[in-house]
Design a protein around this ligand. Structure first.
Ligand code: FES
Ligand code: CO
Length: 353
């Protein structure tokens, strides 16, 4: 599936950037191939507009903020948070401002991030109860751009067959290639998948898992929120909960912004945020290396039979089915790569495919 080619995907919220990033002025981002600019209004709330001035098309993100409006850096035309043109500094004051605007998008803050939906959202932002639970701390783990498709990262997040190989140098055991099966329950927002997995627990991971045993178990309660968010609640026998929430925000078809938050029911004294970031960074780097080698066009219409499958691919197959159903519910068909005339958003097209 080429995310930029399916309009229904514009109807979901995506985590874009930390709200603090806007304190220094407007910031550009490309969401589903659409260049947008984010800035803070007079109340400190995030606003999102198309990143294009209606005068001579300059990127508004090259400008600055003034009293909660955004000023184009080219000739100073000024827009409010709804995108309405409110000021043309060259005009004499008696002359009315033409009725013009930059397209505005929905933006709001949740979990310390600005989220944007390009078209009317079908669902709210996924709920993370631990964010408001005093027993948990929130750690901003990762914010990185990867050259892969959002669906590839989602599928990988539910793929127990890759641990022994991709993660052989961290928690995976190459001598135990047989994956544990997930119990899957479909929900309105996606599905929940539960399993218990035995993993290596090297000395460096002792504080992560709360045990010094060479192996430990992870009770994994993994949730997929259509289309590109997931929450993985890992409970160790020590009672430690390591809850990862990530969003694979699609920049283009072969490019994503990986946002990862971590919630833990221990304290900085038990295991520092830096240690937690360091441990998960090694793991996620292993995933990134292999995912960036895959074809970003993960086919959701299995009738096209382009990839082969095995039983542990079941969560990913279910994602593909649900996404195909979503397309059909909104009168869309999957647009195959061969039908895309230019390489809009196909950042990977320089590679042999
Ligand atoms: Fe923006 Fe002229 S291009 S004010
Ligand atoms: Co992995």
């Amino acid at each position: 599936m080429l995310a930029t080619q399916q309009p229904v995907l514009r109807r979901f919220w995506y985590a874009i950037m930390r709200i603090e990033q806007l304190e220094s002025g407007p910031q550009p981002f490309t969401l589903l191939g659409e260049p947008i600019v984010l800035f803070l209004d007079a109340k400190g709330e995030p606003a999102a507009l198309e990143d294009r001035c209606c005068h001579r098309t300059a990127r508004l993100s090259k400008g600055w903020c003034r009293n909660g409006n955004i000023v184009c850096g080219y000739h100073g035309w000024e827009y409010d948070r709804a995108g309405k043109l409110v000021m043309i500094p060259q005009f004499p004051f008696e002359q009315p401002i033409p009725d013009a605007s930059a397209r505005a998008f929905r933006a709001k803050t949740r979990y310390g991030y600005v989220w944007v939906a390009l078209d009317e959202p079908l669902r709210d932002i996924p709920n993370i109860p631990e964010d408001s639970d005093p027993a948990y701390r929130r750690i901003f783990q990762f914010y990185d751009t990867w050259n892969t498709a959002a669906l590839r990262l989602m599928e990988n997040s539910f793929d127990n067959a890759h641990f022994a190989f991709v993660h052989k140098n961290t928690f995976g055991d190459i001598d135990q290639p047989r994956p544990e099966k997930y119990e899957i329950v479909e929900t309105d927002y996606g599905f929940e998948a539960e399993t218990i997995v035995t993993v290596k627990n090297p000395p460096i991971a002792a504080k992560i898992s709360g045990t010094t045993e060479p192996y430990t178990k992870r009770h994994m309660r993994n949730k997929w929120f259509m289309p590109f968010c997931r929450r993985l609640d890992m409970e160790y026998p020590s009672g430690i909960r390591h809850i990862i929430f990530n969003c694979a925000t699609p920049i283009g078809d072969g490019k994503i912004q990986v946002v990862q938050l971590l919630f833990r029911n221990d304290t900085e004294a038990d295991c520092s945020a830096q240690e937690l970031i360091g441990w998960d960074a090694a793991i996620i780097a292993e995933d990134r290396e292999i995912l960036e080698s895959t074809d970003p066009d993960a086919i959701v219409d299995m009738g096209r039979k382009i990839e082969k499958h095995m039983p542990s691919d079941r969560p990913g197959m279910l994602m593909r089915k649900r996404l195909l159903d979503l397309l059909h519910e909104h009168d869309e068909e999957e647009v195959p790569k061969s039908m895309v005339m230019d390489d809009g958003g196909l950042e990977w097209s320089h590679r042999a495919v």
